[in-house]
Write a protein that binds this ligand. Structure first.
Ligand code: PEP
Ligand code: MG
Length: 586
């Protein structure tokens, strides 16, 4: 039975309008779901299961070896038990039966088998045996995680569809086929979760905060409209509503076409203050395409997306080729490449030694590189320095919270340069090294960092979450995650002020760089560069060219005296309405 026609308000995270039927994607995190397959798909699912088993075995064995090397014998024993479970005949044949007889896809069959065995253990009085249920679930999750395959399942539909899912991981999102997916609506996430960031780069209209009850009741026969501007989702729209949205879509496209007339103009205020508009990219994509949107360079290359396939991490030469290609295609334009920032919601389990309870406060970014994965860090830095000879490269470090992280990296770079020299391999000797200001700690000692760093780049997505203590990807605290919070503005003001004293530039590469209501403040605060998804550049250029620096600075003075973000946002919204009314209602 079709769900009755209705409208729900979700949170918009990527602009645009999508109209189409539903494609249900049950993620690996969604244990309760049972996705069925056709008999023709059995062989494929069986093979997928066995490949994932082999990968899991390798991961567990490697984990064990690493732990034993560090003399963590007890922890290593836990993985011994996990290994035994992976090899358990009963478990394996239960999953095989689930696929070939009951026609479940491999992930569902794994979860069903796991739940069956875990439930049996949980029911026993013995505490030791009860704990085995946790191990079983853990192993099951690992196996299923090793076969996440959002892209493949989408092939089953002959027309493009709207993906709905409880959650989409960044790698699942990156795997979506743009030709087959119109947009998506998911339950979890926020505008600054990496899933949303990817949606914007892929120009996929998307919303988060889609209610669970609806997710569970929709079927592939249901039709949706996703309004990625307002966050509305219309379920089974009537003909009139559908037509109205088609018109709205055409209007939006027309406005974007008009705005793209600005793309070759300088982003300069009416009183002559210029900012650089540069691009955020997630892979070594074609710079020529990005340039067409008006980019003057790349302000953030999130290299972690090269490391998403934990079974196949890129080696030095592979990375060198990717960076080199990008450098050559960018010509003289600056290219800022961020070193690996895996962690938080960008989990890549093969790179981590252990799961963490608070990944956003854990061993992510520079911490992981310096503490546990110097191998990956050294390889990446060598590849970057080698590729640096092909253009105008800058390197920046993510998740910096104290000075020794920067100083230690400088020492590492000096050591790697000596190696490259000895090996007679060409490399760029003086690549500017910047730090991301994305922890309040880094912002509060910006005066110290400004002496040691060549530039700052404000990672506002993280800076906001750490300042307000509101997880950027948790929709339940989404109401607290407020870019215009006066505390955030104060931290940025201090950071820019200290950078100016040392004469180093400041960029903003988080989502606020393309947030219309935040742009006037960033201008007024004096940032030099705004880095954003290429699709937003024409809009932001239009905004910058509509304001005067003088007014923006006055606006900042008022904002710093506000009690809360609502007052702050109203200031800029009023200014936009007054000076650029045509953009006020987007
Ligand atoms: C940020 O934190 O603002 C940022 C640009 O980095 P990421 O979103 O990748 O964490
Ligand atoms: Mg960040």
């Amino acid at each position: 039975m079709r769900v009755p026609s209705c409208t729900v308000q979700a949170t918009p995270v990527a602009p645009g309008i999508a109209i189409g039927r539903v494609m249900i994607l049950h993620s690996v995190a969604d244990h309760g779901k049972n996705t069925t397959i056709t008999p023709e798909q059995v062989a494929f699912e069986l093979e997928k299961f066995h490949t994932a088993l082999a990968v899991t075995k390798e991961q567990l064995a490697e984990l064990q070896t690493r732990l034993r090397k560090k003399l963590y014998d007890n922890e290593a024993d836990i993985f011994e038990a996990h290994l035994l479970l992976v090899e358990d005949r009963m478990m394996i044949s239960e999953v095989e039966k689930g696929i070939s007889e009951e026609l479940y896809d491999a992930e569902s069959a794994v979860y069903r088998a796991v739940e069956k065995f875990a439930a049996a253990f949980s029911a026993v009085e013995d505490v030791y045996l009860q704990e085995r249920a946790i191990d079983i679930r853990d192993v099951g999750h690992r196996i299923a995680g090793n076969m996440a395959d959002a892209g493949e399942r989408i092939l089953a539909y002959d027309e493009p569809r709207i993906v709905i899912a409880p959650t989409l991981t960044p790698s699942e999102t990156a795997g979506l086929d743009r030709e087959k997916v119109l947009g998506f609506a998911v339950e979890t996430g926020s505008a600054t979760s990496h899933t949303a960031i990817l949606a914007r780069s892929m120009m996929l209209p998307a919303v988060v905060g889609f209610p669970r009850e609806l997710l569970d009741s929709l079927t592939v026969a249901d039709k949706l409209i996703i309004d990625g501007f307002s966050g509305k989702v219309i379920i089974n729209p009537d003909a009139g509503t559908e037509e109205a949205y088609r018109l709205k879509n055409l209007e939006a496209e027309k406005l974007y076409r008009q705005l793209s007339g600005n793309r070759d103009l300088r982003a300069e205020t009416t009183d002559g203050f210029a900012v650089e508009i540069v691009a955020n990219v997630e892979d070594g994509e074609d710079y020529a395409e990005i340039r067409k949107n008006g980019a003057g360079g790349i302000g953030l290359f999130r290299t972690e997306f090269l490391f998403m396939d934990e079974n196949n991490l890129p080696d030095e030469d592979e990375q060198y080729e990717i960076y080199k290609k990008l450098m050559i295609s960018a010509g003289n334009d600056p290219v800022t490449i961020r070193t690996l920032d895996i962690g938080g919601d960008k989990l890549s389990s093969g790179i981590f030694r252990a799961a963490e309870q608070n990944p956003f406060l854990g061993l992510r970014g520079i911490r992981l590189c310096l503490r546990e994965r110097r191998d990956i860090f050294d390889t990446q830095l060598r590849a970057l320095m080698r590729a640096g000879v092909h253009g105008n490269m800058q390197i920046m470090l993510p998740m910096i919270s104290c000075m020794d992280e920067l100083l230690e990296t400088k020492e590492i770079i000096a050591g790697l340069k000596a190696q490259l020299l000895a090996e007679q391999i060409p490399f760029a000797d003086s690549i500017p090294l910047g730090v991301m200001i994305e922890t309040p700690a880094a912002a509060m000692i910006a005066d110290r960092f400004a002496v040691e760093a060549d530039f700052f780049s404000i990672g506002s997505n993280d800076l906001i979450q750490y300042t307000i203590a509101a997880d950027r990807s948790n929709e339940r605290v989404g109401h607290l995650y407020r870019p215009a919070h006066p505390a955030v503005l104060r931290l940025i003001k201090y950071t820019v002020g200290e950078a100016v004293k040392q004469n180093i530039p400041v960029a903003v590469c988080g989502q606020i760089a393309e947030d219309m209501t935040m742009v006037p403040f960033l201008l007024g605060l004096g940032v030099n560069e705004l880095s954003m998804s290429p699709g937003s550049m024409p809009l932001v250029k239009k905004l910058v060219r509509s304001f005067s620096m003088h007014e923006c600075a006055e606006l900042v003075d008022k904002a710093l005296q506000c009690n809360d973000s609502a007052e702050v946002t109203k200031l800029s919204a009023d200014m936009i309405r007054r000076l650029v009314p045509e953009l006020a209602d987007i």
